[in-house]
Write a protein that binds this ligand. Structure first.
Ligand code: 5AD
Length: 361
C-alpha cells in the first residue's frame, strides 16, 4: 500500500471538465494538465514502470473489424499460430529480461484451443513467477473460466468506443452474437481477473463528447488497466481506405494525433489514479523518438516490450509501421532498464498488479 503524499490532492473531474480539456489548445494550460497527471501518477503508483512482455501468439482472426489489419477479410497477410514450445520460450525470455508479466495476445482465433492454452498457462504459472495476461478477443465465458482456473491473472479487452452506433458499424457481430464487450468485462471481473480495457483515439466518426464519455466510462468500470492509443489507418481495411461513413456526422471529429492521445492518457490517470496505464506502441508509432517517454511523463506507468519472435512480429500488423520496443531498441546497447533510469524512472519489481491505495473512496 502506498500512502498519498500530503502535498498531492487528487483532482475531481466531471464529464464537462474532461470535454474542456480535450478541446484545450493553450500550451501553458496543457503543461498544467501534464503536471497534474504526472503528480497523480507518482502519488498513487510511484516511479516504477512495470514491464509486460508482449507475445503475439497468433494473427488468425474470425472478426472483420473495420479498423484492424488482422481482419479475416484481409487475405494479404500470411497467418501464423505459435507452437506451445515457442510460447514457453518467450515466457522464459520474459523472465530472463526481468519482466513481471507475460501478455499473450492474438486475433480472435478459435484455433487457439481452450485446453491447449490452459495447459500453456499452467506451465508458465508452475515454472515461472510471471503474472499471465490474456488479450484474445471475445471468447465465450467457458474459455475465460478455464483459463482463469489454469492461473491466468489478467485479461485485456478494449471497448474501443462507448458510442454504441459507432462501435457496431466498425465492429460487425460474429457467430450470430451481438458483440457486447461491457458484458464480457463484467464476466471477467466476476471470474476474478484483473480487468483491462481502453479505446482508440481519433477513430473516424468519434466525437469529442463520446471520447469524454469513454474516459468517464473507465472510471465507472473501475478498470485495473487502461490502454489508449491513436487510431492509425491500415490500407487493407474499410476505415483505412476511407471507404466507410460514420453512423452520424453531427459531432466534431476527434483528431488521431499524438497531442490528443497525451490528453487522453493524462485525463485517464486523473480519473483512475491507481490504474496501470501503458505508454502504448501506437503512441510510439506516431513519435518514435519521444512518444513512449512522453506517455510515461503524462500519466503512464507501464511499457509493453514486444518479445514475439521477429519472424512473426512483422505479420502481426494491426496497423502499419508498428513501432516495437524490445531489449535492443531504446538507447541502443543499454536496454530498457537503463533507458528508464535515464528518464528518472525505474523498472518495476514483481508482477505489477493494480495498486490499492487508501485515498480512493
Ligand atoms: N489503429 C490503432 N489501434 C488499433 N487497434 C486495432 N486496430 C488499430 C488501428 N488501426 C487496437 C485496438 C485493439 C488493440 C489490440 O489494438 O484498440 O483492441
Amino acid at each position: 500500500m502506498r500512502s498519498t503524499p500530503s502535498h498531492h490532492r487528487d483532482v475531481e473531474l466531471h464529464e464537462t471538465d474532461i470535454l474542456a480539456w480535450l478541446r484545450e489548445e493553450d500550451s501553458a494550460r496543457l503543461e498544467k494538465l501534464w503536471a497534474l497527471a504526472d503528480d497523480t501518477r507518482r502519488a498513487h503508483v510511484g516511479d516504477e514502470v512495470h514491464l509486460r512482455g508482449l507475445v503475439e501468439i497468433s494473427n488468425h482472426c474470425i472478426r472483420d473489424c473495420g479498423y484492424c489489419g488482422l481482419r479475416a477479410d484481409n487475405r494479404g497477410i500470411a497467418r501464423y499460430r505459435m507452437t506451445s514450445e515457442e510460447i514457453l520460450g518467450c515466457a522464459a525470455d520474459a523472465v530472463r529480461y526481468g519482466y513481471g508479466t507475460v501478455v499473450m495476445q492474438a486475433g480472435e482465433d478459435y484455433g487457439i484451443d481452450t485446453d491447449w492454452l490452459a495447459g500453456i498457462i499452467r506451465r508458465i504459472k508452475a515454472d515461472t513467477p510471471l503474472a499471465v495476461t490474456l488479450s484474445l478477443g471475445e471468447r465465450p465465458i467457458e474459455d475465460l473460466k478455464a483459463w482463469r482456473e489454469a492461473g491466468a491473472d489478467r485479461y485485456l479487452l478494449r471497448f474501443e468506443t462507448s458510442d454504441r452506433a459507432l462501435y457496431q458499424t466498425i465492429h460487425p457481430d460474429a457467430r450470430g452474437q451481438v458483440s457486447d464487450r461491457f458484458a464480457i468485462l463484467a464476466q471477467l471481473r466476476r471470474l476474478g481477473y484483473e480487468v483491462g480495457s481502453g479505446v482508440m483515439v481519433g477513430l473516424p466518426g468519434q466525437s469529442y463528447e463520446s471520447l469524454a464519455h469513454d474516459i468517464c466510462t473507465f472510471r465507472a468500470l473501475d478498470l485495473d488497466m487502461i490502454g489508449v492509443g491513436p487510431y492509425i489507418g491500415h490500407p487493407e481495411t474499410p476505415l483505412g481506405q476511407g471507404n466507410w461513413s460514420p453512423p452520424r456526422a453531427d459531432g466534431e471529429q476527434v483528431p488521431n494525433t499524438e497531442l490528443m492521445t497525451y490528453k487522453v492518457v493524462a485525463l485517464t490517470r486523473l480519473v483512475c489514479p491507481e490504474a496501470n496505464i501503458p505508454s502504448t506502441t501506437a503512441l510510439a508509432t506516431l513519435n518514435r523518438a519521444e512518444g513512449r517517454e512522453l506517455g510515461l511523463a503524462r500519466g503512464a506507468n507501464v511499457i509493453m516490450p514486444n518479445i514475439t519472435p521477429p519472424r512473426y512480429r512483422r505479420l502481426y500488423e494491426i496497423y502499419p509501421a508498428k513501432a516495437c520496443i524490445d531489449e535492443t531498441s531504446p538507447a541502443s546497447h543499454t536496454g530498457i532498464a537503463a533507458w528508464l533510469e535515464a528518464i528518472g524512472r525505474k523498472p518495476g519489481c514483481g508482477r505489477g498488479g493494480r495498486a490499492h491505495g487508501g485515498s480512493r473512496t
